[in-house]
Design a binder for this molecule. Structure first.
Ligand SMILES: Nc1ncnc2c1ncn2[C@@H]1O[C@H](COP(=O)(O)OP(=O)(O)OP(=O)(O)O)[C@@H](O)[C@H]1O
Length: 520
């Protein structure tokens, strides 16, 4: 057993921990026990070593983990430090900005205060200006009233002046006629030489008279109408020759260019006139076939500027007739003493130029009713009328001569001229209605360059009471407005301005007194 003790196992310790020499009291059992104990201790030591190794390993891992986390924390701290620095910078910048803003706010507050002051000053000024405007408007109204009053006075004065001028002219003509010894009518037969002329006096004999030095050979050509002094038979003046319309009271148009299409809004009236004037000229056989006398003509009456002359010209155009226009007032004013003769020559010329249409404008000037022929002028007018009636009665209905007369004063016409057999139809030519006005506006602006916004229907609504001549004036005036402003086309505003202008001047005219029943 002693062999079994390993030298390595020496010394052996007792339970009390005190080493005892092996030789002494160690029994076999004790040795076994001690060996067991030793084994246990070894096992324990081994386990302890293992555990220590495990613990060491764990400590190592923990150490590593700790290092890693420390690094993470360090980097986090670094980041936080950088962030905190940024935050500090931002804060600083924001603080600066806030200071700037504060300064700006202060400045703005000061500016607002200044603006408020200016505003209150301006408000005061404005209220002063408003007061001044109100005062000026009141002054303006007063002035306008004064101007209106003055305009009315001026119109009255103008009207009186025109009236007096007319009266003066009439009296002067009357006076001249009374002063002048009546002249004899004569016709040049031939010129003998530069100084002597043979004339046939209307009294009968042929005479040789001296040629006045101021008269040319051409003026004294054979056939020229002359007036001769009753006592000396010298040539006092050359009388106009009817066939030369520019020196007579006549307007002679061989071929009129007015067509029915150029007349707006008078369809019914045109139909009536065409029946009595156009039809007998174009188709006289219809009347023969039916066995009725063709009409002689028509009397057109109505307000001025409604197209009476146009109608007569259009009929002349349609029938290829010569259009001869004579103005009643000119007949008696220009050819004092010769009115009746002129009427006779007028009908003669119409026959010569047939087919023809005699248009007697302002027929009231020679055909007005009067109670008695007090003055010689009245007697002269009466003679002219009698001649007209005689000519109308005398010429055959079958000739190619038709008469159209026109007047604005049906109320003053002598009933003699209205008697049946003279004018077969009396046609009222009224102011155009709305549709008529629209057509007339379109007719007169057909060649104009118009802007697309122009609405003639609307314009026709605004021009109530205007005549065809007024509407033509509006169109022309609108063109003038556009020309003045160098526009490319006529705009609506030009028409509105033209309408205002024409209608206001018409209103002024209308303020002159109008005889009662003027268009009846
Ligand atoms: N119905 C119409 N259609 C188109 N244009 C018209 C019309 N009526 C008048 N006018 C225009 O007015 C102008 C004057 O018309 P016109 O001389 O025919 O009138 P009137 O009735 O004879 O006038 P007055 O009685 O003053 O002699 C014409 O040249 C024409 O341009």
């Amino acid at each position: 057993m002693a062999d079994m003790v390993n030298s390595r196992d020496k010394p052996i310790y007792s339970e009390s921990g005190k080493a005892k020499p092996l030789s002494e009291d160690i029994s076999g059992q004790e040795i076994t026990r001690l060996q067991n104990e030793l084994k246990k201790a070894e096992t324990l030591l081994k386990r302890t070593k293992t555990i220590s190794a495990q613990r060491l390993e764990e400590v190592k891992i923990l150490k590593e983990n700790f290092e890693t986390e420390r690094q993470v924390f360090l980097s986090e701290i670094e980041k936080s430090t950088a962030f905190s620095r940024e935050v500090q910078d931002d804060f600083k910048r924001l603080a600066e900005e806030r200071d700037d803003l504060k300064r700006m706010l202060d400045r703005s507050r000061k500016e607002i205060t200044a603006v408020k002051d200016i505003l209150s000053e301006t408000r005061n000024d404005l209220s002063k200006v408003r007061d001044e405007i109100v005062k000026a408007a009141e002054d303006n109204t007063l002035l306008r009233e004064k101007v209106q009053h003055l305009e009315t006075e001026k119109k009255t004065a103008d009207y009186e002046r025109i009236h007096f001028e007319r009266e003066t002219r009439r009296l002067r003509a009357e006076l001249d006629r009374m002063k002048t010894t009546p002249l004899l009518l004569g016709t040049v037969v031939k010129m003998i030489d530069n100084e002597n002329v043979v004339v046939r006096s209307s009294a009968g004999p042929q005479l040789v008279v001296s040629a006045p030095v101021e008269m040319t050979e051409k003026e004294l050509s054979p056939g020229a109408n002359v007036a001769l002094n009753q006592q000396t038979f010298s040539i006092a003046k050359i009388l106009p020759i009817l066939e030369e319309p520019e020196v007579s009271a006549l307007e002679l148009i061989e071929a009129s260019d007015v067509t029915y299409e150029q007349i707006g809004g008078l369809a019914d009236q045109l139909r009536e006139i065409r029946e009595v004037v156009e039809l007998p000229l174009i188709k006289p056989e219809i009347f023969e076939r039916i066995g009725i006398e063709p009409p002689k003509g028509a009397l057109l009456y109505g307000p001025p500027g409604t197209g009476k002359t146009m109608i007569a010209k259009a009929v002349a155009n349609k029938t290829n007739a010569t259009f001869i226009r004579v103005v009643g007032s000119e007949l008696v004013q220009k050819y004092i003493g010769d009115g009746a003769k002129m009427v006779h020559e007028l009908f003669e010329m119409a026959q010569k130029k047939a087919p023809s249409i005699i248009f007697i404008d302002e027929v009231d000037s020679i055909a007005s009713k009067r109670l008695d022929d007090t003055t010689s002028a009245d007697r002269e007018i009466h003679r002219t009328l009698m001649q007209l009636l005689a000519e109308m009665d005398g010429f055959s209905r079958r000739t190619n001569v038709k008469i159209i007369a026109a007047t604005n004063r049906l109320d003053i016409l002598d009933p003699a001229i209205l008697r049946p057999g003279r004018f077969d139809r009396m046609v009222y030519i009224p102011l155009p209605d709305e549709a008529g006005r629209e057509t007339i506006l379109k007719i007169h602006s057909v060649k104009m360059n118009l802007s697309s916004e122009i609405n003639f229907k609307e314009l026709a609504k605004m021009t109530e009471g205007t005549s065809g001549a007024d509407l033509k004036a509006i169109v022309t005036e609108a063109g003038m407005f556009a020309v003045r402003e160098e526009k490319l086309s006529i705009e609506k505003i030009d028409f509105i301005n033209a309408k205002e202008k024409v209608m206001s001047s018409k209103k002024k005219e209308n303020m002159l007194p109008v005889p009662e029943n003027m268009f009846l």
